[in-house]
Design a protein around this ligand. Sequence first.
Ligand SMILES: NC(=O)c1ccc[n+]([C@@H]2O[C@H](COP(=O)([O-])OP(=O)(O)OC[C@H]3O[C@@H](n4cnc5c(N)ncnc54)[C@H](OP(=O)(O)O)[C@@H]3O)[C@@H](O)[C@H]2O)c1
Length: 270
Amino acid sequence: MATIAVLGAGKIGEALLSGLLHAGRKPEELLFTERHPERSAELTGRYGIAGVDVSEAAKRADVLIVAVKPQDIEPVLDELAPLVGPGSLVVSLCAGLPTALYERRLPEGTPVVRVMPNTPMLVNEAMSAVSPGRHATPEHIRVVEELLSSVGKVLEVPESQQDAVTALSGSGPAYFFFLVEAMIDAGILLGLPRAVAEQLIVQSAVGAAKMLAESAEHPVILREAVTSPAGTTINAIRELEKHGVRAALLAAIEAARDRSVELGKAHEED
Ligand SMILES: NC(=O)c1ccc[n+]([C@@H]2O[C@H](COP(=O)([O-])OP(=O)(O)OC[C@H]3O[C@@H](n4cnc5c(N)ncnc54)[C@H](OP(=O)(O)O)[C@@H]3O)[C@@H](O)[C@H]2O)c1
C-alpha cells in the first residue's frame, strides 16, 4: 500500500484523509502537514494520523497531495523543490493552479497530476476530475484514480477543461447547499417549523439526487414528470423563469470559472 501525505489538511485535506480512512486505509499509511501545531494535534487526536514536516512527508510518502489554498502555494513549492524529483508523484488539489506552475518550480521530470475534487469526499461521494501534467504517465493517473475512487467518482479530463470543472463540480456542492437553504427559508415563509422544512427539503434533495444518479433519464424528463398541467409545480417553474434563475446559474458558474482562471494567472510571472 502506498503512503500518502496531504500537505495542508484544511477542509478538503481533512475530507480526503477521513474518506481514505473510511475506505479502509490504515492511519499508518497516511501523513499530513499543517502549519499550526494546535490543528495538527486536533487531527492526530481525531484520526490517529501523524502530522509531520514537509521534508519527512517527502521522505516517507509515495504520493504527495498538495491541498493548501492557491494563495499559499509559493512557500509549499519552495519547500518541495529540493525534496522531490522524477521518482515522486505530486498531486495538486488547488483550484486554478496549472501543472505547468509545479513543473516550472520543481525539478525537471517531476510528475504532477492536477485534481479538482469536492467536499462530498467527506461522505465518500466526491466528484474528482484528474488531468496529467507533462511528466505524468498513465500509471501515475491510474494511481491517483485508484486513490480517489475510494472516496467517490473520478473522471479524466484534459487540463484545459479544469477551470470549467472547478466552477461546476469543485464549487457545485455550495450551489446545492445554497438552494436547499433558500428552500428551507421558503418553508418557514409558508409557516412550517424549521425542523419540518429541513427534513422535507433535505430528503427531497437526497431523493432527487438518487433519481438523477440512478435513472438513465435526462433531468428535463424527470422534471416534466412532476409538472402536471395547471398544477402546482408549473406555477413555481414560471416564477423561477421569471426571476432568471437559469440565467443566474449560468452567470454564477461562468464567474466561478473566471476566478479559477485568475487564480492560475496570479502565478504566471514566477
Ligand atoms: N473546499 C472545497 O470545496 C474545495 C473543493 C475543491 C478543491 N479545493 C481546493 O483545495 C485546497 C484547499 O482548500 P480548503 O477549502 O481545504 O482550504 P483550507 O481549509 O484553508 O485548507 C488549507 C490548509 O492548508 C494549511 N496550510 C497553508 N499553508 C500551509 C503550509 N505551508 N504547510 C502546511 N499547511 C499549510 C492551512 O492552514 P492555515 O489554516 O493556517 O492557513 C489550512 O489548514 C484549495 O487549493 C482549494 O482550491 C477546495
